[in-house]
Each structure stands twice: as structure tokens, then as C-alpha cells.
Design a protein around this ligand. Sequence first.
Ligand SMILES: *Cc1c(COP(=O)(O)O)cnc(C)c1O
Length: 347
Amino acid sequence: MATGQLTIDLDALIANWRALNALSDDRVETAAVIKANGYGLGTAQVARALARAGVRRFFVAVAEEAAQVREVLGSAVEINLFSGHMRGDTDMIHDLDLVPMINSIDQMLRHVEALPGHRFGVQLDTGMNRLGMEPSEWDALRPIAMEQEVTLLMSHLACADEPDHPMNREQLQVFHDMTGGFDAPRSLSATGGILLGPEYHFDLTRPGIGLYGGRPFEAAQPVVRLDLPVIQIRDLDPGETVGYGNTWEAEEPSRIATVSGGYADGIQRILAPRTSLYADDVPCPVRGRISMDLIGVDISHLRHDPEVLTLIGPDQGVDDLADNAGTIGYEILTALSPRYSRRFSQG
Ligand SMILES: *Cc1c(COP(=O)(O)O)cnc(C)c1O
């Protein structure tokens, strides 16, 4: 088998949810965001593990993502939809009993017309200008919403990963202004907001990245390990080159392992010059360009030929890779290839 092996530690996932849950008061519900295939790890297994740990409410981005969650968890959990009620979603919202987070007047009209009496939440824009109703829209709709069963009033912070950013307080104030006097549960915080402290917790928090072991939840346990099998090993003489474009040339006799994995698997080409794979705890630098399915790795200094090399593991986490690629852990996780074989470990 030549596919990379992704090992997902469900105990760590659950420990991370418990740790985030423990950061807020007992009265605050801690939901879980499992959009984008559970941040790349696998919707079904992630959802099942979190439900067993006590999660009762899940968030996905689009209605299509909810089908699998409903299938594996049954009717006992609530599934909320960030994208709200889009044209064409009515049957899914009804049949799968989803709760759309209504983002605009158009969506609100569509929802109450198509599914009168069906529960919904409202997403408010408090300054990020991404999703949700602006204050003026909300003012117009508030009286109508007051008469309906609104399950949640939510908004999202733009700069929560920077605790000192003035935007956090500004959005907190706008959220208070927009929701004051309304008798529905409220939610403002994802992972970053939870870490900002109790003022930001309201009735429900919506962590995503922290569950999966990523920044800004520095205390998170790592959840993901990625091992790439070595397909072939060869010796190079000085002056020989590795990979497309001859970008790396051996200066001394070298031993190069070709591992299975490449940019088609989410291992971005930009990682090449400064990233190593690990043989246990020994770093082995990438040589030459990363191909679609293959990477050359320098193992000249190893005493044994390895069968696998580790790209994500104890010596190099998701955020280390993100730093090397000039991106964020979210992007590394959600780009994890569907081609990897996924092993879910739970003790
Ligand atoms: C993705 C998302 C979350 C989860 O955010 P994390 O930073 O991953 O914790 C919460 N709320 C909304 C609206 C989101 O889009």
C-alpha cells in the first residue's frame, strides 16, 4: 500500500473538547464545528467521537455536509447550518431537521414561507462583513423574529486569535447592542473567542480548530499524525540532481528516499526548501521540488533505511507545517488528502 497513513487520535480530540468546555461556565454549552469533513479528518468518526463525549450541537457550513452527520448520529443531536437557508436547501432542512442560521432578509422570507414553524437561528454581522444581518436589516426583522422560535442569535469574531486586537471589544459591544432585550440563547465565540474569557462566552461556544489541535489553542493535544511510505531509495553521486527542474544537486554522495505524497495530497510545493520529514525523531530534509504524488527526502545520515517518514508528528505539528508554508493550521488540515488512509485510534 502506497498511500500516506493519517492517524487521528480521537482521545486527543475528545480531550481538547473537554478542555475547551472546561474554560467556560457550566451553564455555557460547548458545541462543535465539524464543517469541511471535520476539518479534513473525517466527518463520521469525528462526529461520533464528539457525540459520545457529550456534544449535543454541531455546526456545518452547508446543508450537504449535514446528511452524513444526521446519518451517523440520528435525531438526538442538533445540526446548525452557517450558510442559512439557500434556494434548493428546503427539502434537506426539512427532511434532515436542520437549523439554518438565517443571514439576510431574503433568507428569512424564504424560510418562513417554505417551512413555517421550522426552527432557525439568526446570524448577525457585528463587523466582519462576511455573513449575517447588518444592524439595519436586523432592526427591520427583529419584531418578526420575536414572534418566531429563534434558537440562537450568533455572530463571529474577525480577530479573536489576537487577544489585544481592539476589534474584539468593538464586536462584543455591537453584539450586546444588537441582541439586548431579545430572549434567545446567544453565541459569539469560536476557539479564539473562548480563550478571550467569560465575557465572550454567552450561552454557547462554537469551537472548531482547537478540537483538532490547532492554534490559537496552545494547550491542545495534537490529534493528527501523517506517515508517508517510502517507495524507493537510491544513492546519488555528487553532481546528480533530484526532481523536476533539477533544483537540488548533491554536493556529496547522498542517499535519497522517494516517499508517496505530494501537492495533490495537500503537501504544498512551497514547503519544499525548509521542511523535513522525520525518521523517528531524526529530521530528513526534503530535496528538490515536491511533485504531485512524490517527494525526495535526504536520508544520507540515517543508519537504517526507513519504511515510512513522518510529515506530521511529535517533532513537527500542523502549525509548524503551516508556518513553513506561510499559512494557517486550518488550511493544512482541510487540505489533508482524501487519498490518505485514515486510521482512527481510540483507547
Ligand atoms: C469555522 C467557524 C467556527 C469555528 O472556528 P474555529 O476558529 O475553527 O474555532 C465558528 N463559527 C463560525 C461562524 C465559523 O465559520
